[in-house]
Design a protein around this ligand. Structure first.
Ligand SMILES: NC(=O)c1ccc[n+]([C@@H]2O[C@H](COP(=O)([O-])OP(=O)(O)OC[C@H]3O[C@@H](n4cnc5c(N)ncnc54)[C@H](O)[C@@H]3O)[C@@H](O)[C@H]2O)c1
Ligand SMILES: [Zn+2]
Length: 507
């Protein structure tokens, strides 16, 4: 692969052997496996940091068993897992006794190791079965993955990759459907006429049987009745457990398609083709799917990961302005949480971003997804850390609810909510005043509302804590201490309501 790509090649085991002046077998025997693993992690971290041009690195099969190191690797490199059957492992090892982890009965050991390591090997950008494939073919396939430069969302066996680029949906949609022979394309009546055509021709030409359903656009249709229609369409088309659902549309479409996919025949695969900035930067990562139940937003749903997400910047050309601009507040939020460079890029290129420059768009989508993927991968089921993504949402949700989910879009409410969160952080001494000024300035330059002091704060304050983030009389509030540095601290509900009610002009 390195030869094909014209890149340096590094074999991690050889590096460690050179470092210890001993073979892997001897290091295992004399120093023990933990010492070997420590050295391995140290070497790999060094390589992930500096490398221009980026090398191809061959890792031993146990190297990424530490989840912490694995998440670092998928965040900072493209990771491809080369898989084989246990029988093939035994055949390839033969009489070779230099592999300490396969000593004894190689077939039995391979069976055990593969069982143990399977979920970890799945947390990669791609898994490639090498059992009866030539080394050249494997190298070409791995190289193609590297060239596409996807992002990976680590979720055990349900891990998947997100590909980002202009024009990639038509290029990649057929491959994204894997071995499926039948599909259901779900879209809405605004998006389908604009973007479904090229995809349907490509999929049909490739021999797939394609059914389609376009529901009436809008959050008010994100309900169980729509789900029932999607499921009925799937059944009518005779889709089976190997079929795929495809979600072509905004967050409403992906939430519904993902949920329908989670329940159809107890779970089928689905591919995300997000067409709004919000669906790309927010809904495409995290595995949350579902619908509203009357006034209760997202009250019914499931965690169900897509198998691939294709973020095609071309789709954003037709997104209505208000939704696009609103979603930029989530991008700003993400930048504050985990990517100071993204924040600077937004400041520097605010005009180009407002004008939807294709290059800038793919850059901000990529960076936003990368931050969210990092957070979600570390906390797949919302145990704690993931709550940092609620920055700006405690007051934001209250403002959105106060406005009856009508006057303000979610993103507009979050823009105001960010100003509120940083102001509250400032008054409690967690947020430096300059950071508030800077965030507010950026939101304004991106055309977002920031005048939180002009909102009906007393009424909104009374609604804080009505969402699901409350624990007793305290709220887990996300504070920003600096760009890339946020923390979650408990805050008394009464105090928070008082602080919100008293928010004043801030800059
Ligand atoms: N699952 C998650 O993690 C997650 C995260 C964030 C938001 N969401 C959900 O996403 C939804 C909001 O998403 P949204 O803002 O994308 O809304 P949306 O799906 O309703 O799309 C907004 C509008 O734009 C139209 N549209 C979409 N793409 C278009 C395009 N390319 N060209 C022309 N028109 C286009 C749609 O038809 C719709 O009218 C909410 O229901 C929210 O709960 C989910
Ligand atoms: Zn949000």
């Amino acid at each position: 692969m390195a030869e094909l790509a014209g890149r340096p090649f590094i074999d991690l085991d050889s590096r460690i052997e050179a470092r210890f002046g001993a073979s892997v077998t001897r290091i295992f025997a004399e120093q023990g496996e933990p010492a070997f693993r420590r050295a391995e992690a140290e070497e790999l971290r060094g390589l992930l940091g500096a490398s221009d041009p980026a090398p191809v690195i061959a890792l031993g099969g146990g190297c990424l068993m530490s989840r912490e190191l694995r998440l670092e690797a998928i965040d900072r490199a493209v990771v491809v897992s080369l898989l084989v059957t246990p029988e093939e492992v035994a055949r390839r090892v033969g009489q070779d006794t230099s592999r300490p982890n396969l000593a004894g009965d190689p077939l039995q050991r391979a069976l055990q190791l593969l069982e143990l390591r399977g979920p970890a090997y799945a947390e990669a950008h791609q898994r490639i079965d090498t059992t009866s494939v030539s080394a050249e073919k494997v190298a070409e396939e791995a190289l193609a993955v590297w060239r596409r430069d996807p992002l990976a969302v680590a979720a055990g066996e349900a891990s998947y990759s997100v590909e980002i680029g202009n024009g990639i949906a038509p290029q990649r949609v057929v491959a994204a459907c894997g071995a499926a022979r039948s599909l259901l394309l779900v879209s809405d009546q605004n998006v389908a006429p604009l973007h479904a055509g090229p995809l349907t021709s490509l999929l049909t030409q490739s021999g797939m049987q394609l059914a389609r359903i376009d529901f009436v656009a809008g959050e008010q249709h994100k309900n169980l009745a729509s789900i029932e229609r999607v499921l009925e369409a799937a059944l009518a088309a005779g889709l089976d457990r190997k079929s795929y659902f495809l979600a072509l549309g905004g967050g409403v479409t992906s939430d519904m398609t993902g949920f329908a996919a989670a329940s159809y025949l107890r779970g089928v695969s689905w591919v995300g083709l997000p067409t709004t900035l919000l669906a790309m930067v927010d809904a495409s990562v995290g595995g949350k799917t579902g619908v509203d139940l009357g006034p209760a937003k997202n009250a019914v749903g499931a965690f169900w990961q897509p198998t691939t997400v294709l973020c095609d910047g071309d789709y954003l050309k037709t997104e209505p302005e208000r939704g696009y601009a609103s979603a930029l507040s989530e991008v700003v939020k993400t930048a504050i949480i985990g990517d100071p460079e993204l924040f600077e890029l937004l400041e520097r290129e605010a005009a180009g971003i407002a004008a939807r420059s294709p290059q800038l768009l793919t850059e901000i989508v990529r960076r936003s997804i990368r931050v969210k993927a990092r957070v979600v991968s570390a906390d797949p089921r919302e145990g704690g850390l993931r709550a940092v993504l609620n920055l700006g949402h405690t007051v934001g949700h209250a403002l959105e609810a106060q406005a009856g989910y009508a006057r303000l879009t979610h993103g507009e409410a979050i823009s105001l909510g960010l100003v509120a969160a940083l102001s509250i952080g400032k008054s409690l001494g967690h947020t430096p005043p300059e950071l508030l000024v800077r965030v507010r300035g950026l939101l304004e330059r991106l055309g977002l509302a920031t005048a939180v002091e002009r909102e009906p704060l007393a009424e909104a304050a009374a609604l804080i804590g009505h969402d699901k983030k409350r624990v007793g009389s305290r709220v887990s509030f996300v504070f920003a201490r600096a760009l890339g540095d946020v923390c979650i601290l408990p805050l008394g509900l009464a105090e928070l309501r008082e602080l919100t009610g008293g928010l004043q002009a801030t800059s």
